[in-house]
Design a protein around this ligand. Structure first.
Ligand SMILES: Cc1ncc(COP(=O)(O)O)c(C=O)c1O
Length: 377
Protein backbone atom coordinates (compact mmCIF):
# COMPACT_ATOMS: atom_id res chain seq x y z
CA UNK A 1 0.00 0.00 0.00
CA UNK A 2 1.24 3.51 -0.81
CA UNK A 3 -0.25 5.68 1.93
CA UNK A 4 -1.48 9.23 1.41
CA UNK A 5 1.27 10.33 3.81
CA UNK A 6 3.76 8.90 6.26
CA UNK A 7 5.31 10.71 9.22
CA UNK A 8 9.09 10.43 9.47
CA UNK A 9 10.58 9.34 12.81
CA UNK A 10 14.01 8.06 13.80
CA UNK A 11 16.10 7.55 16.94
CA UNK A 12 15.82 11.27 17.84
CA UNK A 13 12.15 10.93 18.77
CA UNK A 14 12.85 7.82 20.89
CA UNK A 15 15.67 9.64 22.72
CA UNK A 16 13.57 12.75 23.35
CA UNK A 17 10.64 10.64 24.58
CA UNK A 18 12.92 8.70 26.92
CA UNK A 19 14.35 11.93 28.29
CA UNK A 20 10.81 13.17 28.97
CA UNK A 21 9.59 9.93 30.58
CA UNK A 22 12.76 9.56 32.66
CA UNK A 23 12.29 13.08 34.00
CA UNK A 24 8.91 12.12 35.44
CA UNK A 25 7.35 15.35 34.11
CA UNK A 26 4.84 14.59 31.35
CA UNK A 27 2.29 17.40 31.26
CA UNK A 28 3.05 20.93 30.00
CA UNK A 29 6.51 21.83 31.30
CA UNK A 30 10.17 22.11 30.24
CA UNK A 31 9.76 20.19 26.97
CA UNK A 32 6.82 22.39 25.95
CA UNK A 33 8.91 25.47 26.66
CA UNK A 34 11.81 24.14 24.54
CA UNK A 35 9.38 23.32 21.74
CA UNK A 36 7.88 26.82 21.83
CA UNK A 37 11.39 28.32 21.79
CA UNK A 38 12.35 26.32 18.70
CA UNK A 39 9.19 27.54 17.01
CA UNK A 40 9.91 31.18 17.93
CA UNK A 41 13.49 30.97 16.65
CA UNK A 42 12.31 29.49 13.36
CA UNK A 43 9.55 32.07 12.88
CA UNK A 44 11.27 35.13 14.36
CA UNK A 45 8.13 35.84 16.36
CA UNK A 46 7.88 37.20 19.89
CA UNK A 47 5.46 34.70 21.39
CA UNK A 48 4.32 31.11 20.85
CA UNK A 49 1.55 29.26 22.70
CA UNK A 50 1.53 25.49 22.27
CA UNK A 51 -1.88 23.81 22.31
CA UNK A 52 -3.50 20.41 21.77
CA UNK A 53 -4.41 21.00 18.09
CA UNK A 54 -4.76 23.71 15.45
CA UNK A 55 -8.48 23.63 16.19
CA UNK A 56 -7.63 24.65 19.77
CA UNK A 57 -5.24 27.30 18.40
CA UNK A 58 -8.01 28.85 16.27
CA UNK A 59 -10.40 28.70 19.23
CA UNK A 60 -8.12 30.58 21.64
CA UNK A 61 -7.08 33.00 18.89
CA UNK A 62 -10.69 34.11 18.39
CA UNK A 63 -11.30 34.25 22.15
CA UNK A 64 -8.20 36.40 22.64
CA UNK A 65 -9.33 38.77 19.88
CA UNK A 66 -12.64 39.13 21.71
CA UNK A 67 -14.79 37.72 18.90
CA UNK A 68 -18.22 36.93 20.33
CA UNK A 69 -21.97 36.80 19.59
CA UNK A 70 -23.00 39.19 16.85
CA UNK A 71 -19.52 39.43 15.31
CA UNK A 72 -18.92 38.23 11.78
CA UNK A 73 -15.78 36.44 10.66
CA UNK A 74 -14.85 35.82 7.04
CA UNK A 75 -13.76 32.26 6.21
CA UNK A 76 -12.88 30.71 2.83
CA UNK A 77 -15.49 28.31 1.52
CA UNK A 78 -12.98 25.55 0.70
CA UNK A 79 -11.07 24.48 3.81
CA UNK A 80 -11.16 22.03 6.68
CA UNK A 81 -14.38 22.42 8.70
CA UNK A 82 -12.52 23.73 11.74
CA UNK A 83 -11.62 27.03 10.05
CA UNK A 84 -15.33 27.85 10.43
CA UNK A 85 -16.25 25.80 13.53
CA UNK A 86 -13.95 27.96 15.65
CA UNK A 87 -16.21 30.94 14.84
CA UNK A 88 -19.21 28.93 16.07
CA UNK A 89 -17.40 28.03 19.33
CA UNK A 90 -17.26 31.72 20.31
CA UNK A 91 -20.83 32.45 19.18
CA UNK A 92 -19.83 34.39 16.06
CA UNK A 93 -21.32 34.30 12.58
CA UNK A 94 -19.42 32.92 9.58
CA UNK A 95 -19.35 34.78 6.26
CA UNK A 96 -18.22 32.39 3.57
CA UNK A 97 -16.10 33.73 0.72
CA UNK A 98 -15.32 31.75 -2.40
CA UNK A 99 -11.80 30.67 -3.31
CA UNK A 100 -9.75 31.00 -6.52
CA UNK A 101 -8.87 27.94 -8.61
CA UNK A 102 -5.16 28.71 -8.92
CA UNK A 103 -4.22 28.59 -5.23
CA UNK A 104 -7.51 27.13 -3.88
CA UNK A 105 -7.29 29.89 -1.25
CA UNK A 106 -9.67 32.76 -0.52
CA UNK A 107 -10.22 35.05 -3.51
CA UNK A 108 -9.25 38.55 -2.29
CA UNK A 109 -11.45 40.22 -4.92
CA UNK A 110 -14.50 38.63 -3.26
CA UNK A 111 -13.66 39.91 0.23
CA UNK A 112 -15.10 43.40 0.19
CA UNK A 113 -18.58 42.28 -0.83
CA UNK A 114 -18.71 40.07 2.31
CA UNK A 115 -17.72 42.84 4.74
CA UNK A 116 -20.47 44.44 6.85
CA UNK A 117 -20.47 46.73 9.89
CA UNK A 118 -20.36 43.56 12.03
CA UNK A 119 -17.24 42.06 10.44
CA UNK A 120 -14.39 41.72 12.92
CA UNK A 121 -11.87 39.36 11.37
CA UNK A 122 -10.69 37.40 8.34
CA UNK A 123 -9.39 33.85 8.67
CA UNK A 124 -6.80 33.49 5.91
CA UNK A 125 -6.14 29.80 5.27
CA UNK A 126 -2.89 28.71 3.60
CA UNK A 127 -4.37 25.53 2.21
CA UNK A 128 -2.20 22.50 1.40
CA UNK A 129 0.95 24.57 2.14
CA UNK A 130 0.21 27.24 -0.47
CA UNK A 131 0.14 30.79 0.92
CA UNK A 132 -2.99 32.89 0.54
CA UNK A 133 -2.61 36.28 -1.22
CA UNK A 134 -1.60 38.09 1.95
CA UNK A 135 -0.80 41.53 0.44
CA UNK A 136 -4.36 41.95 -0.77
CA UNK A 137 -5.86 40.41 2.40
CA UNK A 138 -3.81 42.65 4.71
CA UNK A 139 -4.65 45.72 2.62
CA UNK A 140 -8.39 45.07 2.90
CA UNK A 141 -8.10 44.21 6.61
CA UNK A 142 -6.35 47.52 7.23
CA UNK A 143 -8.92 49.45 5.20
CA UNK A 144 -11.82 48.01 7.26
CA UNK A 145 -9.95 47.69 10.56
CA UNK A 146 -10.25 43.89 10.75
CA UNK A 147 -8.11 41.32 12.54
CA UNK A 148 -6.39 38.67 10.45
CA UNK A 149 -5.94 35.14 11.81
CA UNK A 150 -3.73 32.98 9.62
CA UNK A 151 -4.81 29.34 9.56
CA UNK A 152 -1.40 27.77 8.91
CA UNK A 153 -2.51 24.24 9.83
CA UNK A 154 -1.03 22.93 6.58
CA UNK A 155 1.70 25.49 6.18
CA UNK A 156 4.64 25.26 8.55
CA UNK A 157 7.64 26.57 6.58
CA UNK A 158 5.49 28.14 3.86
CA UNK A 159 6.60 31.62 2.82
CA UNK A 160 4.80 34.47 1.15
CA UNK A 161 7.13 36.86 -0.69
CA UNK A 162 9.94 35.75 1.61
CA UNK A 163 7.98 36.01 4.87
CA UNK A 164 7.03 33.00 6.95
CA UNK A 165 3.26 32.55 7.10
CA UNK A 166 1.83 32.92 10.58
CA UNK A 167 3.83 36.12 11.14
CA UNK A 168 1.92 38.40 8.78
CA UNK A 169 -1.53 38.67 10.43
CA UNK A 170 -2.34 39.19 14.13
CA UNK A 171 -2.13 35.50 15.09
CA UNK A 172 -0.91 32.38 13.23
CA UNK A 173 -2.36 28.94 14.05
CA UNK A 174 -0.42 25.76 13.18
CA UNK A 175 -1.15 22.03 13.33
CA UNK A 176 1.09 19.08 14.20
CA UNK A 177 -1.40 16.41 13.13
CA UNK A 178 0.33 13.45 11.38
CA UNK A 179 -0.68 14.67 7.93
CA UNK A 180 1.42 17.80 8.45
CA UNK A 181 5.12 18.31 7.65
CA UNK A 182 6.10 17.62 11.25
CA UNK A 183 3.94 15.97 13.89
CA UNK A 184 3.41 15.51 17.60
CA UNK A 185 0.57 13.00 17.06
CA UNK A 186 -1.96 15.74 17.72
CA UNK A 187 -0.87 19.27 18.53
CA UNK A 188 -0.82 22.90 17.56
CA UNK A 189 0.70 26.28 18.26
CA UNK A 190 -0.26 29.96 18.06
CA UNK A 191 2.23 32.64 17.02
CA UNK A 192 1.94 36.36 17.69
CA UNK A 193 4.01 39.48 18.28
CA UNK A 194 1.32 41.01 20.49
CA UNK A 195 1.96 40.68 24.22
CA UNK A 196 -1.67 41.20 25.29
CA UNK A 197 -2.93 38.56 22.85
CA UNK A 198 -0.22 36.19 24.08
CA UNK A 199 -1.33 36.44 27.71
CA UNK A 200 -4.99 36.06 26.74
CA UNK A 201 -4.23 32.91 24.75
CA UNK A 202 -2.20 31.47 27.66
CA UNK A 203 -5.15 32.10 29.92
CA UNK A 204 -7.76 30.50 27.65
CA UNK A 205 -5.71 27.37 27.04
CA UNK A 206 -5.07 26.82 30.74
CA UNK A 207 -8.39 26.82 32.64
CA UNK A 208 -8.66 30.62 32.66
CA UNK A 209 -5.62 31.11 34.91
CA UNK A 210 -4.53 34.74 34.64
CA UNK A 211 -0.78 34.64 34.06
CA UNK A 212 -0.32 38.39 34.51
CA UNK A 213 -2.32 39.30 37.62
CA UNK A 214 -1.13 37.96 40.97
CA UNK A 215 -2.45 38.78 44.43
CA UNK A 216 -0.73 39.20 47.80
CA UNK A 217 -0.68 35.41 48.37
CA UNK A 218 1.41 34.79 45.24
CA UNK A 219 4.35 32.51 46.05
CA UNK A 220 2.73 31.01 49.15
CA UNK A 221 2.41 27.20 49.22
CA UNK A 222 -1.40 27.43 49.09
CA UNK A 223 -1.55 29.95 46.22
CA UNK A 224 -3.82 28.75 43.40
CA UNK A 225 -3.88 31.82 41.13
CA UNK A 226 -6.52 34.18 39.78
CA UNK A 227 -9.21 32.82 37.44
CA UNK A 228 -11.07 35.78 35.98
CA UNK A 229 -12.11 34.19 32.65
CA UNK A 230 -13.73 30.88 31.71
CA UNK A 231 -10.89 28.85 30.26
CA UNK A 232 -10.30 25.40 28.83
CA UNK A 233 -7.70 22.69 29.09
CA UNK A 234 -6.13 22.84 25.62
CA UNK A 235 -2.53 22.21 26.64
CA UNK A 236 0.09 20.25 24.70
CA UNK A 237 1.80 17.67 26.93
CA UNK A 238 5.56 17.35 27.41
CA UNK A 239 5.35 13.88 25.85
CA UNK A 240 4.01 15.43 22.64
CA UNK A 241 6.45 18.33 22.86
CA UNK A 242 9.38 15.91 23.19
CA UNK A 243 8.42 14.35 19.86
CA UNK A 244 7.97 17.87 18.47
CA UNK A 245 11.49 18.92 19.50
CA UNK A 246 12.98 15.97 17.64
CA UNK A 247 10.75 16.65 14.63
CA UNK A 248 11.61 20.34 14.58
CA UNK A 249 15.31 19.58 14.14
CA UNK A 250 14.43 17.84 10.86
CA UNK A 251 11.95 20.43 9.62
CA UNK A 252 14.04 21.82 6.76
CA UNK A 253 15.21 18.40 5.63
CA UNK A 254 11.63 17.10 5.58
CA UNK A 255 10.32 20.15 3.74
CA UNK A 256 13.10 19.94 1.16
CA UNK A 257 12.35 16.33 0.38
CA UNK A 258 8.61 16.96 0.17
CA UNK A 259 9.41 19.68 -2.37
CA UNK A 260 11.57 17.27 -4.37
CA UNK A 261 8.62 14.84 -4.56
CA UNK A 262 6.24 17.63 -5.61
CA UNK A 263 8.61 18.79 -8.34
CA UNK A 264 8.85 15.25 -9.67
CA UNK A 265 5.03 15.02 -9.88
CA UNK A 266 4.81 18.47 -11.50
CA UNK A 267 7.41 17.62 -14.12
CA UNK A 268 5.82 14.30 -15.00
CA UNK A 269 2.24 15.60 -15.05
CA UNK A 270 2.78 18.78 -17.01
CA UNK A 271 1.67 17.17 -20.28
CA UNK A 272 -1.59 15.94 -18.73
CA UNK A 273 -4.06 18.40 -20.21
CA UNK A 274 -7.13 17.18 -18.35
CA UNK A 275 -5.83 18.12 -14.93
CA UNK A 276 -5.07 21.45 -13.26
CA UNK A 277 -1.74 21.27 -11.44
CA UNK A 278 -0.82 23.20 -8.29
CA UNK A 279 1.32 25.72 -10.14
CA UNK A 280 1.57 28.96 -8.19
CA UNK A 281 3.64 32.14 -8.51
CA UNK A 282 7.34 31.77 -7.68
CA UNK A 283 7.28 34.16 -4.75
CA UNK A 284 4.69 31.88 -3.11
CA UNK A 285 6.85 29.43 -1.15
CA UNK A 286 4.57 26.37 -1.41
CA UNK A 287 5.51 23.51 0.96
CA UNK A 288 3.14 20.87 -0.48
CA UNK A 289 1.65 19.55 2.75
CA UNK A 290 -0.70 17.94 0.24
CA UNK A 291 -0.17 17.51 -3.50
CA UNK A 292 -3.63 18.25 -4.88
CA UNK A 293 -4.59 18.17 -8.53
CA UNK A 294 -7.96 19.14 -10.01
CA UNK A 295 -9.85 17.13 -12.61
CA UNK A 296 -10.47 19.85 -15.21
CA UNK A 297 -13.98 18.71 -16.10
CA UNK A 298 -15.04 19.06 -12.45
CA UNK A 299 -16.84 15.75 -12.79
CA UNK A 300 -17.05 14.23 -9.30
CA UNK A 301 -17.99 10.83 -10.77
CA UNK A 302 -14.82 10.72 -12.88
CA UNK A 303 -12.70 11.79 -9.89
CA UNK A 304 -14.31 9.16 -7.65
CA UNK A 305 -13.76 6.41 -10.22
CA UNK A 306 -10.05 7.27 -10.41
CA UNK A 307 -9.85 7.11 -6.62
CA UNK A 308 -11.53 3.69 -6.56
CA UNK A 309 -9.15 2.36 -9.21
CA UNK A 310 -6.13 3.70 -7.34
CA UNK A 311 -7.39 2.14 -4.10
CA UNK A 312 -7.71 -1.22 -5.90
CA UNK A 313 -4.08 -0.89 -6.97
CA UNK A 314 -2.97 -0.21 -3.40
CA UNK A 315 -2.66 3.57 -3.64
CA UNK A 316 -4.38 5.74 -1.08
CA UNK A 317 -5.84 9.06 -2.25
CA UNK A 318 -8.20 11.63 -0.75
CA UNK A 319 -10.33 14.52 -2.01
CA UNK A 320 -8.53 17.86 -1.33
CA UNK A 321 -10.79 19.06 1.45
CA UNK A 322 -14.39 20.21 2.03
CA UNK A 323 -16.56 22.91 0.47
CA UNK A 324 -17.75 23.94 3.93
CA UNK A 325 -20.73 25.77 2.44
CA UNK A 326 -22.12 22.34 1.63
CA UNK A 327 -21.85 20.80 5.10
CA UNK A 328 -25.21 20.01 6.68
CA UNK A 329 -24.66 22.27 9.70
CA UNK A 330 -23.68 25.31 7.66
CA UNK A 331 -26.38 24.79 5.02
CA UNK A 332 -29.04 24.64 7.71
CA UNK A 333 -27.75 27.43 9.93
CA UNK A 334 -26.96 29.89 7.13
CA UNK A 335 -29.64 28.82 4.63
CA UNK A 336 -27.04 28.07 1.97
CA UNK A 337 -27.95 26.57 -1.39
CA UNK A 338 -25.88 24.74 -4.00
CA UNK A 339 -24.02 27.21 -6.20
CA UNK A 340 -23.32 29.61 -3.31
CA UNK A 341 -19.55 29.36 -3.79
CA UNK A 342 -19.05 27.70 -7.18
CA UNK A 343 -15.25 27.55 -7.15
CA UNK A 344 -15.17 25.90 -3.71
CA UNK A 345 -17.78 23.41 -4.89
CA UNK A 346 -15.76 22.73 -8.04
CA UNK A 347 -12.63 22.18 -5.92
CA UNK A 348 -14.44 19.73 -3.65
CA UNK A 349 -15.75 17.73 -6.61
CA UNK A 350 -12.60 17.85 -8.71
CA UNK A 351 -9.74 17.61 -6.21
CA UNK A 352 -7.57 14.56 -5.89
CA UNK A 353 -4.74 14.38 -3.34
CA UNK A 354 -1.87 12.15 -4.39
CA UNK A 355 0.40 10.44 -1.85
CA UNK A 356 3.35 12.58 -0.78
CA UNK A 357 5.80 12.18 2.08
CA UNK A 358 9.50 12.72 2.68
CA UNK A 359 11.78 10.10 1.18
CA UNK A 360 9.01 8.76 -1.03
CA UNK A 361 10.83 6.58 -3.56
CA UNK A 362 10.75 7.33 -7.32
CA UNK A 363 9.29 3.87 -8.01
CA UNK A 364 6.43 4.66 -5.59
CA UNK A 365 5.79 7.98 -7.32
CA UNK A 366 5.98 6.26 -10.71
CA UNK A 367 3.27 3.78 -9.66
CA UNK A 368 1.03 6.71 -8.73
CA UNK A 369 1.85 8.60 -11.92
CA UNK A 370 1.19 5.60 -14.12
CA UNK A 371 -2.39 5.35 -12.85
CA UNK A 372 -3.07 9.09 -12.98
CA UNK A 373 -1.74 9.33 -16.55
CA UNK A 374 -3.71 6.24 -17.61
CA UNK A 375 -6.92 7.76 -16.22
CA UNK A 376 -6.50 10.85 -18.39
CA UNK A 377 -5.32 9.20 -21.61
C1 LIG B 1 -6.93 24.26 6.99
C2 LIG B 1 -6.99 23.53 8.30
N1 LIG B 1 -7.27 24.20 9.42
C3 LIG B 1 -7.33 23.58 10.61
C4 LIG B 1 -7.09 22.23 10.74
C5 LIG B 1 -7.21 21.57 12.08
O1 LIG B 1 -6.01 21.06 12.56
P1 LIG B 1 -6.00 20.05 13.79
O2 LIG B 1 -6.29 18.71 13.26
O3 LIG B 1 -4.60 20.16 14.36
O4 LIG B 1 -7.02 20.53 14.76
C6 LIG B 1 -6.78 21.47 9.60
C7 LIG B 1 -6.51 20.04 9.70
O5 LIG B 1 -6.19 19.37 8.78
C8 LIG B 1 -6.73 22.14 8.34
O6 LIG B 1 -6.47 21.47 7.21
Amino acid sequence: MIPITKPYFDEDEIKALKECLDSGWVTQGPMTERFENLFKEEHHCEYAVSVSSCTAALHIALLALGISAGDEVIVPAFTWITSASCVEYVGGTVRFVDVETETMNIAPERLEEAITSKTKAIIAVHLFGCPARMDEIMWIAKKYNLYVVEDCACAIGTTYKGRKVGTIGDIGCFSFHPRKAITTGEGGICSTDDEALYYKMLQYKNHGLNSVKKDEDYGKPYYMGIYDEVGYNLRLSDIQAAVGIAQFKKLHLLLEDRKRCAEYYLERLKGCLDVILPIVPNEFGHTYQSFVILVKSGDRGVRNQIMIEMQQQGIQTRPGTIAIVRTEYNRKKYGLAEGECPVAEFCEDASLTLPIYPFMQPDEQNRVLQLVCKAFM
